[in-house]
Ligand binder design. Structure first.
Ligand code: MRU
Length: 371
């Protein structure tokens, strides 16, 4: 996407073929900083510290992390410890495991000296595939926005939570791809942007939308219900970190409450997802929910009027809990928007679109019973 007149992806391999650059999202929206990494531990740190974030980008970064490890040491031991290190960075996004499985399948049976080149080629392919998938999601979601637009006057009002835009992916985004596509096609669209405490990913969404001239309004997390009651939201469109084979959707904490409010107000609730976010093996109750530190709850970071970056606490020491994600049950979801089109949020709906991945319900039940 476009930043200051220049095309960027959120992560890319440098021309030296040996170092990887990414946009440091902990500096946004105040500063646009590109960082370069050459070691696997730097890739792990970038994911852990949320310099890169969003499920598809976490996967892409992990893929490059494997490349960097193999470039330094192409042995089996190096590969194994890189996978373990990267897998332990963040627990919830399915794309992390997906990308590591893809990388392992690509390199593990090669002669060790062949591994680095094959790994870099595969990581680049994963990035290109992510862009193509997001483009397809954008097309399918665009049709939805166009249909909504046809039934009303004025812009289509979309409510989104967290950041599922191009920063969260390699480019384009999942939930925001249809918005960008609609905007480019001249279809009037306006986005209600949840601030998404405690890390304020809504500020990233607002930064992206502003850079592309898409009308938007940032709201506090608790405002969505009121706006829906007032008829100011035509549809909700969010991303996901992990979607089960039954259509339950794990996404940034607060998504579930928006889905409940949407149900109560008859507002359609859509989830945009690449199939790399689908976990065919698990159910909604078994998804690991990331718990993060108390500092994110009791402190806020920002910039003073003089432009200085500061972190201040907003309450004295307090007992806190900081759950990063929640699970929205399939029954609250109008449809899933995937790279292969829309489907009901159900095992049947997903199975129809992805027959090659879906295990028949009978076999899954047998496997669970066997433990
Ligand atoms: O904790 P984050 O910022 O990595 O969480 C990101 C989200 O919850 C996104 O909505 C999700 O990854 C979808 S991104 C296309």
């Amino acid at each position: 996407m476009n930043v200051g007149g220049k095309q960027y992806r959120s992560i890319w391999l440098e021309a030296d073929g040996r170092s990887v650059s990414y946009i440091d999202q902990t500096e946004l929206p105040f500063a646009f900083v590109v960082r370069r990494m050459t070691r696997v531990d730097e890739a792990a740190e970038a994911i852990r510290a949320m310099r890169v974030r969003g499920a598809p980008l976490i996967g892409a970064t992990a893929a490059f992390g494997i490349c960097l490890a193999l470039a330094e040491d192409h042995t089996d031991a190096s590969l194994k410890s890189a996978v373990e290190l990267l897998l332990a960075t963040r627990p919830t996004a399915r794309n992390l495991r997906w990308a590591l499985d893809q990388m392992l399948a690509e390199v593990k049976d090669l002669r060790p000296p062949q591994r680095p080149a094959a790994a870099f080629a595969k990581a680049k392919a994963i990035c290109d595939q992510d862009v193509a998938v997001c483009r397809a999601i954008g097309e399918h979601g665009f049709r939805l926005l166009r249909e909504t637009s046809a039934t009303k006057r004025g812009p289509v009002n979309v409510l989104t939570h967290c950041n599922a835009g191009w920063l969260a992916c390699v480019d384009l985004g999942t939930a925001l791809a249809p918005v960008y596509r609609a905007h480019a096609a001249g279809l009037p669209v306006h986005v209600w942007v949840d601030e998404t405490r405690p890390r304020n990913q809504g500020a990233l969404t607002a930064w992206e939308l502003k850079a592309h001239g898409v009308p938007h309004t940032v709201i506090v997390d608790n405002a969505g219900g009121l706006l829906m009651q007032q008829g100011k939201v035509d549809l909700c469109l969010v991303g996901t970190d992990r979607t089960t084979g039954q259509g339950d959707v794990c996404n940034k904490i607060g998504t579930y409450l928006k889905a409940l409010a949407a149900k109560d107000n008859g507002v359609p609730f859509y989830v945009a997802l690449p199939s790399s976010s689908i976990d065919w093996e698990t159910d909604g109750r078994s998804i690991p929910i990331e718990e993060r530190g108390a500092d994110e709850v009791v402190c806020v970071s920002g910039r003073t009027g003089a432009g200085e970056r500061v972190t201040i606490s907003v309450m004295p020491e307090a007992s806190t809990a900081n759950y990063g994600f929640d699970v929205t049950p399939a029954r609250l979801i109008t449809a899933l928007v995937t790279e292969r089109g829309l489907c009901p949020a159900s095992a049947k709906g997903l199975r129809a679109l992805f027959p090659e991945n879906a295990e028949p319900e009978r076999r899954r039940r047998q496997r669970r019973t066997r433990g």
